[in-house]
Design a protein around this ligand. Structure first.
Ligand SMILES: C[S@@+](CC[C@H](N)C(=O)[O-])C[C@H]1O[C@@H](n2cnc3c(N)ncnc32)[C@H](O)[C@@H]1O
Length: 382
């Protein structure tokens, strides 16, 4: 699919394109420090609380995921954006049961998803605002995916995954997660938009961590809806891009890149990580791709990329870094997410990723870190 005009309707229907991306670099060092501090405080609280109470609270953690998704599905965050409302008022516009809504949102207030005042009115918090349908990072879409039945069924079968090490998603749903998205486009779109939101929130820090060629070609392989490529092209007005993805995701990408005003510089190309990529570029990006696959598949897909690369071209692999014996507040949970939903995917350490590069015939040439602990591992085609 070459760069093409995107109908207004596609932009209006795209969960990502109607957002207004924030491009300023978020203070990731502060974010990282806050995550560490929260872990420390929770540990301290668990020391003071009776242990059975702490366990009881954790046992209900899943209910927050469902509450988030229900708030989004009903449209509570959008309604509260115009000001505080009682559940009776919300129930009329949201066609729901006032008492059930009051009780659910009161629970939401415990988790700061809303604030409840003494007059029974619910107010938007920072978290509610992040969940509106026009919030920049599409967290509503991510929450919808996380609470979807196929995803939750995979997690519900965790003990079986721990027994045999195999994907709960495939066992429960009979296919890989990416095949599932092809067969269930609404879920595929929610995942693509939600993940693009996550990538968008870090794209600026990633793009600032690497010297992209001012006028070269950047190819993002399995680049989702184009959140990272869009940011790179926004910063390098003379550069061009190629985005390789599955057809459904390319439709999202066309709408999103169009809304960003860079679509005419991007070639959208339907392609398979394990097929012939045929994309000639100066820099290739693989962000959050290796963690979806086992080592053998990673070497195969890296070999495919290497085959497409002209000599001297660079590959940037962008991943979280997980050391074997370090519990990382962000990447250890993502690692188990990969265990549950993919066929052999995992978070890896820097030497582990570099040895996959070497096995695929690439020469690792350096590592940069973003403040949020993402690693940019560069390799060169010899
Ligand atoms: C974890 S997402 C990462 C997306 C993007 N790089 C980012 O970080 O936002 C993995 C992506 O791989 C794509 N994908 C999965 N299997 C693929 C295949 N065989 N060929 C091409 N793309 C594939 C999916 O459509 C999805 O967008």
């Amino acid at each position: 699919m070459a760069a093409h005009a995107v109908p207004d309707e596609a932009v209006a229907n795209s969960p990502l394109a109607r957002r207004s991306p924030r491009t300023q670099v978020p203070p990731r060092v502060a974010v990282h420090a806050a995550m560490k501090l929260r872990t420390v405080l929770l540990r301290a609280a668990d020391r003071v609380l009776p242990s059975e109470l702490a366990v009881l609270e954790h046992s209900a953690d899943f209910s927050v995921a469902y509450l988030l998704a229900a708030m989004v599905e009903l449209g509570v965050p959008d309604e509260l954006a115009s000001g505080p409302k009682t559940a009776d008022e919300l129930a009329i516009t949201l066609h729901s049961d006032a008492d059930a809504l009051h009780r659910a949102l009161r629970m939401g207030a415990v988790h700061n998803l809303v604030r409840l005042d003494r007059q029974g009115r619910f107010h938007a918090t920072r978290l509610t605002k992040a969940l509106t349908s026009d919030a920049p990072y599409a967290s509503d879409q991510w929450c919808a995916f996380m609470a979807s039945k196929a995803h939750q069924n995979a997690w519900g079968d965790l003990a079986a995954t721990l027994r045999n090490g195999e994907s709960g998603f495939r066992r429960q749903n009979g296919m890989s997660i990416f095949e599932w998205f092809d067969a269930h486009p609404n879920e595929g779109r929610a995942f693509a938009a939600g993940l693009s939101g996550l990538t968008l929130s870090e794209a600026s820090a990633i793009a600032a961590s690497y010297r992209f060629p001012r006028a070269g070609v950047v190819c993002d392989i399995a680049g989702g809806a184009g959140a990272l490529l869009g940011e790179v092209l926004r910063r390098t007005p003379d550069a061009r891009g190629i985005l390789v993805e599955a057809p459904l995701v390319l439709t999202e990408a066309a709408a999103y890149l169009g809304s960003l005003g860079v679509a005419e510089r991007v070639e959208l190309r339907q392609g398979d990580l394990f097929g012939d990529l045929r994309a000639t570029a100066d820099v290739y990006l693989l962000k959050w791709i290796l963690h979806d696959w086992d080592d053998a598949a990673c070497v195969r897909l890296l070999g495919n990329v290497a085959a497409a690369m002209p000599p001297g071209a660079k590959l940037l692999v962008i991943e979280g870094v997980q050391e074997r014996s370090e519990a990382h507040p962000r990447f250890s949970p993502i690692d188990v997410q990969m265990l549950v939903v993919t066929d052999g995917g995992r978070e890896r350490s820097i030497p582990e990723i570099q040895s996959l590069m070497t096995a695929a015939g690439l020469r690792p040439t350096g590592v940069r870190r973003t403040p949020a602990d993402l690693a940019l591992l560069e390799a060169e085609k010899p």
